[in-house]
Design a protein around this ligand. Structure first.
Ligand code: 5RP
Length: 213
């Protein structure tokens, strides 16, 4: 099956986890776009959504799904999002779409994180996909030098500004055998806003197409 079909199947399969009356946490990306389209079909059964990006907010609103501020909702039951890589322990690399900070916030607020991917995203060890790190703009060089000391090759995603007004560094060349430790270490660097490793809080369920991993 091709990747597009798998993404669509995964987006539709995630509807199984949506309960009546829910405010659903919604991620960002092409797989999530299928989820939002599917969610529109049951929009009368849900209260609304909390969105992780301007892109998803626009799509949700286009479908007439109410978008709530996370500060107004309290904890969420469910967060649905895609990923750039997923290891056998459901630890993820995210941020290919530069939405990692709000994605991590909404994931942290949710009791269950359902990750929707196509099979190309499955890896044994994270790191082939360059690891996105959102940084405060003035810290770009400082953080990059620290990454070099840690053996990575930082590349500035020139021209990209996140929804939070920050910049993205993509780190190449890491075989991430201990993603929890690396996430913790990178989180300590001054100027780092968010690391695109979702390892301390991995996904709870991974759907590869319509199959539970
Ligand atoms: C955005 C993300 C996306 O979830 C990730 O890039 C996967 O995207 P897609 O579903 O388009 O393959 O982390 O920041």
């Amino acid at each position: 099956m091709n990747q597009v079909n798998e993404k669509k199947l995964a987006g539709e399969a995630a509807l199984r986890y949506v309960e009546d009356g829910a405010i659903v946490g919604v991620g960002t990306g092409s797989t999530v776009a299928y989820f939002i389209d599917a969610l529109a079909g049951i929009k009368d059964r849900i209260k609304g959504a909390v969105s992780s990006s301007e892109q998803s907010t626009a799509q949700l609103k286009k479908h007439g799904i109410e978008v709530f501020d996370l500060n107004a909702t309290g904890p969420l039951d469910l967060y649905v999002d895609g990923a750039d890589e997923c290891d056998p322990f459901k630890r993820l690399i995210k941020g290919g779409g530069a939405a990692l900070t709000r994605e991590k916030i909404v994931a942290a607020a949710a009791a269950k994180f359902v990750c929707i991917i196509d099979s190309s995203k499955r890896v044994d060890v994270l790191g082939k996909f360059p690891l996105p790190i959102e940084v405060i703009p003035m810290a770009r060089s400082l953080v990059s030098r620290e990454i070099v000391k840690l053996g990575g090759q930082p590349v500035w995603r020139d021209g990209v500004v996140t929804d939070n007004g920050n910049w993205i560094i993509d780190v190449h060349g890491w075989q991430i055998t201990d993603p929890v430790a690396l996430e913790r270490e990178l989180n300590q660097l001054a100027g780092v806003v968010t690391v695109g490793l979702f390892a301390q809080r991995p996904a709870d369920v991974v759907l590869v197409g319509d199959k539970v991993m």
